[in-house]
Design a protein around this ligand. Structure first.
Ligand code: FAD
Length: 348
């Protein structure tokens, strides 16, 4: 186990802000992970688990304890009843995993192409895009439980998935180090084309799009929004969508539409669970004076997507937080809704 000290974290993230880790270990096996956890316990160091760094805002002060990067690799598949189980090591690149699944003509996660990050982080916020969420296809999650030091296999139900949440970022936050994620997928099933952007992309096609067509389309649509990490594109120096889409009760939704009507505006929405309505956070941000390309300093809003706060090159974490607070304050003043950030704030 190699322990390094004072390791800058900004280069290990997509937003590229923040300070250093006091201690840093990259673990490539379960035994390494256990040893690193022991090290943090014996030295009484706070532990932070790092994946691909694509959903993080690291504070300018950095992390005072141990940052453990999970680098366990390996992708295997086996055939179940009428499904194919793909097992991905937590440190595998998520988009490589999706690419491999699609190349086997296996359906279930094709719409999640192009999302940055690792397989291990995919259950944490129940990654989702274009109508699919990992909670639809995760069979189980293999994780080291820091409470008893044992490796457990958690079923889909155990993970408590909901919109952008699971037990890993809510009730059991900080308890598990995810080592492997097992996906239950369908061989030869049709590609999922339900989301408006995808329907538009394939309008006029005489043949049903294949899984590979959908993967390709999703990556192209994402690139057009700065939501695919693309070398040379400053608009993807971000943590992706910075705010979650608020889910409102019927009453709160009605209050919002009344405010919009008073301004001759209509709130775009789609039905979520029960009587709730999921509202586009991007629409709220754009209709609160923060349009695409906003800001001329070191931090601003992507020219391609109103929900992405971007580091224009020399931003600090403090700059990012200041813009985040401006947006939240303004949206709340105008629309009566407090936007909840999606990224994880580390060391604040
Ligand atoms: C351009 C861009 C586009 C994006 N688009 C989407 C999108 O469409 N949909 C979406 O849902 N998200 C999106 N994201 C957010 C991000 O890609 C996902 O949340 C991704 O799953 C984060 O993976 P990561 O490995 O980078 O995790 P990190 O950012 O390193 O960590 C995120 C959280 O997961 C925890 N974690 C990471 N690995 C483990 C592990 N092995 N065990 C336990 N905890 C762990 C960390 O402690 C942290 O709390 C986007 C981000 C960017 C930059």
């Amino acid at each position: 186990m190699v322990v390094t000290e004072n390791v800058p974290l900004a280069p290990l993230t997509t937003l590229k802000v923040g300070g250093a880790a006091r201690y840093f270990i990259e673990a490539t096996s379960t035994a390494d992970v256990s040893q690193a956890v022991e090290f943090s316990k014996s030295a009484d160091l706070p532990l932070f688990i790092l994946g691909g760094g694509s959903n993080l805002v690291i504070s300018d002060a950095g992390w005072p304890g141990l940052v453990l990067k999970v680098g366990i690799t390996g992708i295997n598949h086996r055939h179940g009843h009428d499904e194919v189980i793909f097992e991905g090591g937590a440190g595998e690149d998520w988009d490589k995993f999706v690419g491999m699944v699609v190349a086997h003509n296996i359906a279930g996660i094709e719409c999640l192409s192009g999302i940055p990050g690792s397989v291990g982080a995919s259950p944490v916020q129940n990654v989702g895009a274009y109508g699919q969420e990992v909670s639809n296809t995760i069979e189980s999650v293999v994780a080291l439980d820091l409470r008893d030091g044992e490796v457990h296999e958690l079923s889909n139900q155990d993970c408590g998935f909901s919109y952008r949440t699971s037990i890993f970022n809510t009730t059991e936050r900080g308890r598990y180090v995810i080592l492997q994620v097992n996906y239950s997928l369908k061989h030869g099933a049709e590609a999922y084309v339900a989301y408006a952007d995808l329907k538009k992309y394939f309008a006029g096609w005489s043949e049903k799009p294949t899984l590979a067509n959908v993967r390709d389309a999703v990556r192209k649509i994402r690139a057009g929004k700065g939501m695919l990490i693309t070398a040379g594109d400053d608009d993807c120096r971000s943590a992706g969508s910075f705010f979650k889409n608020p889910i409102l009760s019927a009453d709160r939704y009605q209050a919002l539409t009344a405010r919009a009507a008073a301004k001759n505006l209509q709130v775009p929405s789609y039905p979520a669970l029960d009587a709730q309505k999921k509202v586009s956070a991007a629409w709220l941000v754009e209709h609160s004076g923060f349009s695409r390309g906003y800001g001329s300093g070191p931090v601003g809003i992507s020219r391609k997507h109103a929900l992405a706060i971007v580091n224009r090159g020399s931003a600090t974490a403090a700059d990012v937080v200041a813009l985040k607070e401006d947006i939240q304050q303004r949206v709340e003043e105008i629309w009566g809704i407090l936007l909840e950030p999606e990224p994880v704030f580390v060391g604040f």
